[in-house]
Design a protein around this ligand. Structure first.
Ligand code: SF4
Ligand code: SF4
Length: 413
């Protein structure tokens, strides 16, 4: 399956129904920045009518790989897979963006390097250097591009995630055993989300194992066209999880979940592993967790769909069902919740202007919803929204749904 070279572009019937769902088409209004236009370019290249020019590369890398076009498409075009293969071809011919190469090939695949990088970011924050850099505006004068990247940098706290190679026992009557995919960003920078996830899984009656040999899922490398790096990461993860002893492999980051479920598109022999992968909302919704939600959360809460959950995994209702089950919550549906926030991995750095235009449109809708908390299930989206709230001067807590659910857990019965 991973090595098939299907002409997937032939599935496109050029109807144009995907155009209005595409964030880059909505902003730029140009056919070659729409899904249909990009498919046309990919076909032209395959048939020898086009070459990988700078303009070709630009249209391909302006795509957020958000996959909203897949949801809109009546013809079942698997756009994400096509785009990732195309970027792989581009990177074979032309080198990947330098930032992608540094971060995705030399930091993300090595857990210890990632830990060091995130601790350096933490030091940058807690030492007050970050505040000084932002207040003086010096970086913007000396290196505007670097200042743009710095402004998007999350304000990293000191909350660590879960320990790798560890075990967490089920509360009450045991229902089964699951493995937990800790992720790199989640476990190093947004630790409370992983700890909340494990608490919820234990409260739902599951023993949780956290395999020690797991590494980053490889999604960002794959989206950037660094296919060999992503393949190597997939092989390491598959070897790390003892699937025969498990009821499921649980993941709480939408982008990583979509990647783990699509390992069979990347390498052979990944089907069994991928069949066990479940997003945490997808899994919890069919457990006894509802009976454990006791403590009220009297806040207005909105939910924004991460693209790789709603479009990549077709999971829409489960996070909403769980959030609405929290006592006291006032759930607010946000207009355009299924549209991309412009984060898309490191897109907000490599395509900053376009990303900011997409974010601004999103923040206008969030502001109109008058919510206290915005829940969303992907680290990149969370960082983007935290930045958006700062930029728009909105008082808004950005949280993962599991953090809100864990706050509501009552005592063990
Ligand atoms: S993946 Fe997203 S940005 Fe790319 S063409 Fe499809 S809708 Fe547009
Ligand atoms: S909706 Fe699907 S078939 Fe129609 S133009 Fe878009 S990709 Fe092609």
């Amino acid at each position: 399956m991973a090595n098939e070279t299907n002409k997937l572009y032939l599935d496109c019937i050029h109807c144009g129904l995907c155009l209005s769902s595409c964030p880059t088409y909505r902003v730029l209004g140009t056919e070659m920045d729409s899904p249909r236009g990009r498919i046309y370019l990919m076909r032209a290249l395959d048939e020898g009518r086009a070459k990988i020019t700078d303009s070709f590369v630009e249209h391909m890398f302006r795509c957020l790989d958000c996959r909203a076009c897949e949801t809109a498409c009546p013809s079942g075009v698997h756009f994400g897979h096509m785009m990732e293969e195309m970027r792989g071809k581009i990177v074979e011919e032309k080198s990947a963006h330098w930032l992608s190469r540094v971060i995705l090939q030399h930091v993300f695949p090595y857990p210890w390097r990632f830990q060091i990088a995130s601790r350096l970011l933490e030091l940058y924050h807690v030492s007050g250097i970050q505040t000084m850099v932002r207040e003086t505006g010096l970086l913007r004068l000396l290196a505007p591009r670097m200042a743009t990247a710095e402004a998007l940098m999350p304000e990293i706290g000191i909350e660590r995630g879960v320990t790798l190679d560890s075990f967490y026992r089920a509360e009450g009557r045991k229902q089964g055993t699951v493995a937990f995919f800790a992720g790199c960003v989640m476990n190093s920078m947004l630790g409370s989300i992983n700890r909340s996830s494990i608490r919820l899984l234990n409260a739902a009656g599951y023993d949780v194992v956290v395999p020690g040999e797991q590494i980053c899922c490889g999604a960002l490398a794959n989206h950037a066209g660094l296919r060999d790096t992503a393949k190597e990461m997939a092989r390491k993860n598959i070897a790390a999880f003892p699937i025969k002893e498990l009821d499921a492999i649980i993941i709480n980051a939408a982008g990583c979940g979509a990647m783990l479920k699509e390992y069979p598109l990347l390498i052979d022999g990944a089907e069994q592993f991928s069949a066990e992968v479940k997003d945490i909302a997808e899994f919890l919704v069919s457990t006894r967790i509802f009976a454990r939600l006791k403590l009220p959360l009297d806040r207005r809460v909105g939910y924004d769909d991460p693209c790789h959950l709603i479009h990549g995994q077709r999971i829409r209702d489960e996070p909403r069902t769980l959030l609405k089950a929290i006592p006291g919550i006032e759930f607010v549906e946000i207009e355009g919740a299924d549209q991309c926030c412009g984060s898309a991995g490191i897109y907000n750095i490599t395509q900053n202007e376009l990303s900011m235009e997409i974010l601004d449109r999103k923040m206008e809708k969030i502001e109109k919803a008058h919510i206290d908390i915005l829940a969303t299930g992907n680290p990149g989206c969370m960082f983007q929204f935290k930045y958006g709230a700062r930029k728009f001067g909105i008082e808004l807590e950005v949280a993962h749904p599991v953090e809100l659910l864990a706050r509501s857990l009552g005592e063990i019965q």
